[in-house]
Write a protein that binds this ligand. Structure first.
Ligand code: SF4
Length: 363
């Protein structure tokens, strides 16, 4: 989808395009607007309405411009509603990790002793169809940021075991710089909070949000770690690379957490190109998540054995710096389980070289 077509539809300028506020305000949330860009027969209006009545849609003009192919486009798959979202419900329901049961105060998820996750908003720049928090999108019981922050800070101040807080959502970077700074400074003021982390998809779906002012502000709250979510090499663009570079230039490391998505990135050449591309940008591939069994996402789920085989192939051909840990997240405090590479070929290699292991018999 050429950017010029989108700009002409909105009667907007290049300057508008570069403004994150313009991108956010002009997110495509209505089916008739989407249909004026994607004239595919398969985009049946009634079907789309059925899906969006359960799981709303939001696509930034920028992310829409990355759709290039008529069929099987990886961006289309990640942002355009699909009837399969409402056709199958997975037995793990809409909160497979049981986050809602692990909230000591509203919107603060604590599944581990030393860290917790602060959900500071339920709104996103773009709604990823594979999201494991899609239950948030249409909930209308959200509480104000002031109310949730007060309770979170009160709880964290009384919990000296917690040393790390992940600021997440939704999308935390849809908040203004001032609001973000209020969150960061309140957390930083708690003496035992040593490390802050931001989980954000804006470098991928709305890279204009990364501004010099934002980076200057974030710099004041280091050690701060920034985790984003590139899932496909076509998401690595000039704009997204620039956004990540700006964050890195103020001394904040950028890591990536991909989700393994059927027909999007579950093949060796695509995953390899994504990991190579991230390495070129000095972005650390941190995790590759096996897609959770969340309602509305079953069509994205892959076979974990196939995922392991793909990662083994990548591991054999790539440097360790390119390798994320392939994990399956489990409910509650069980957390992430590494899906280790252990094919028959590797087992044979290990048998062949068993003298590399220190065992009672060869000590
Ligand atoms: S940005 Fe994150 S929270 Fe928002 S829809 Fe995408 S994956 Fe879900």
């Amino acid at each position: 989808m050429h950017k010029k077509i989108i700009l002409s539809y909105f009667k907007a300028s290049e300057k508008d395009w570069q403004s994150w506020r313009w991108q956010f305000q002009n997110r495509i949330t209505k089916i008739n607007i989407l249909k004026s860009f994607l004239k595919k027969k398969s985009l049946n209006e009634n079907i789309l309405k059925t899906v969006t009545s359960v799981y709303p849609m939001a696509i930034t003009p920028y992310y829409l411009s990355l759709i290039q192919k008529k069929n099987k486009d990886p961006i289309h798959a990640q942002c355009v509603p699909d009837i399969r979202e409402v056709q199958c419900s997975d037995e793990a329901g809409d909160d497979p990790l049981q986050e809602d049961s692990y909230m000591p105060v509203p919107k603060l998820v604590r599944r581990y002793p030393d860290r917790c996750l602060a959900i500071v908003t339920e709104i996103c720049a773009a709604y990823c169809r594979h999201c494991n928090r899609k239950r948030f999108w249409s909930q209308n019981n959200h509480i104000s940021l002031e109310a949730r922050l007060e309770k979170m800070i009160g709880y964290l101040a009384q919990s000296p075991q917690i040393r790390e807080v992940i600021i997440s959502g939704g999308e935390p970077l849809v908040l203004t710089d001032q609001t973000l700074e209020k969150i960061l400074s309140s957390l930083k003021a708690i003496p035992h909070i040593e490390v802050l982390r931001i989980g954000s998809r804006v470098p991928v779906v709305m890279p204009m949000r990364i501004t010099n002012e934002l980076c200057r502000m974030l710099k004041r709250y280091r050690p701060l770690w920034f985790n984003t979510q590139f899932n496909h090499p076509v998401e690595i663009t000039k704009e997204s690379a620039r956004a990540c570079n700006m964050i890195q230039e103020v001394g904040i490391p950028v890591s990536n957490q991909s989700v393994l998505l059927k027909n999007v990135n579950d093949s060796f050449p695509i995953m390899r190109d994504l990991l190579y591309g991230l390495q070129r940008l000095s972005i650390r591939p941190y995790y590759l998540f096996h897609c959770d069994p969340v309602a509305g996402c079953t069509h994205f789920r892959t076979d974990s054995q196939a995922g392991i085989a793909m990662m083994e192939k990548i591991w054999r051909q790539s440097s360790g710096l390119c390798l994320p840990q392939y994990v399956m997240d489990m409910p509650g405090s069980v957390g992430k389980i590494p899906l280790n590479i252990m094919s028959e070929a590797i087992k044979n290699d290990l048998k062949k070289h068993k003298h590399f292991f220190l065992t009672r018999s060869n000590k």
